[in-house]
Design a protein around this ligand. Structure first.
Ligand code: APR
Length: 244
């Protein structure tokens, strides 16, 4: 295998075939809500119950969802590369747990997780699988000051130092199912590309920053990714799209 340290960035598109809707629908709404209402700190101050309801509904719905062949292909790549002494790190913008359900590890959730809640008073977060609202008591400080553990617009993504280390270390970068419009994630490809690393994109259509990628594999990730992983594991290098 020509590559020892693969960095994978995933976005909503990798979970689309599992039945979880992507964010940037044509109408600009998320599940019939304005982004400003359900994904900003101001929205939470204005109407905490609406925001809790939104994420409670999503948490319940995602519980039923299963990983698709794209998630499973990443697990296969990780398992096989690790046998050869390599690593696959998955940085996801997704708040679902489908990489974990697919038994991947080394998963970094840069935009938080549905299955976690955060105390606004003491700043601690912890795993949570039930509904959460203004009556939920923080298990650490005892106050009713819990919010979804989601990085909203205007907030700083999690684990940026660890992600920067992975960007330096990797020798291949792959972006899967992400529109390339939300920073800092959308900028990772430029860092890797400036360092001369091959950057591969998997998307239905070219993303906003498609021009920075070395190669684009257009189509459903549930189809392109398993074929890509099999090729990479067999030949040790990435294929021309026509070979998939
Ligand atoms: N296979 C591959 N790509 C797909 C598929 C599929 N089956 N279905 C959709 N896509 C692509 C779309 O073409 C689009 O480019 O996935 C992308 C999804 O884009 P977004 O909805 O913008 O999701 P994402 O890039 O993850 O959003 C980034 O923005 O709203 C915030 O915090 C939120 O994490 C999110 C971030």
């Amino acid at each position: 295998m020509s590559y020892q340290h693969i960095l994978v960035l995933t976005g909503a598109g990798i979970s689309a075939e599992s039945g979880i809707p992507v964010f940037r629908a044509e109408d600009g709404l998320w599940e019939n809500h304005r982004v400003e209402d359900v994904a900003t700190p101001d929205g939470f101050v204005r109407n905490p119950q609406l925001v809790h309801d939104f994420y409670n509904t999503m948490r319940r719905s995602v519980k039923e969802k299963q990983p698709n062949p794209a998630h499973l292909a990443l697990t296969k790549l990780q398992t096989e590369l690790e046998k050869q002494g390599g690593t696959v790190t998955i940085v996801t913008q997704n708040i679902d747990d489908l990489h974990e359900k697919a038994k991947s590890h080394n998963v970094i959730h840069m935009h938080g997780e549905l299955n976690s809640i955060l105390c606004e008073r003491c700043g601690k977060s912890y795993e949570w699988h039930e509904d959460c609202d203004g009556t939920t008591v923080c298990k650490f400080c005892g106050h009713k000051t819990m919010r979804p553990d989601i990085v909203w617009f205007g907030e700083i993504p999690y684990h940026m130092e660890a992600i920067e280390r992975e960007i330096q270390k990797c020798d291949l970068f792959m972006a899967i199912g992400t529109s390339g419009v939300v920073y800092p994630a959308a900028g990772f490809v430029s860092y890797c590309s400036h360092q001369g690393k091959p950057c591969l994109e998997f998307n239905l259509t070219p993303s906003a920053n498609s021009g920075v990628f070395t190669q684009s594999y257009l189509g459903k990730a549930g189809t392109t990714l398993p074929a890509f992983v099999d090729y990479l594991l067999t030949h040790g290098t990435w294929p021309d799209p026509s070979e998939l």
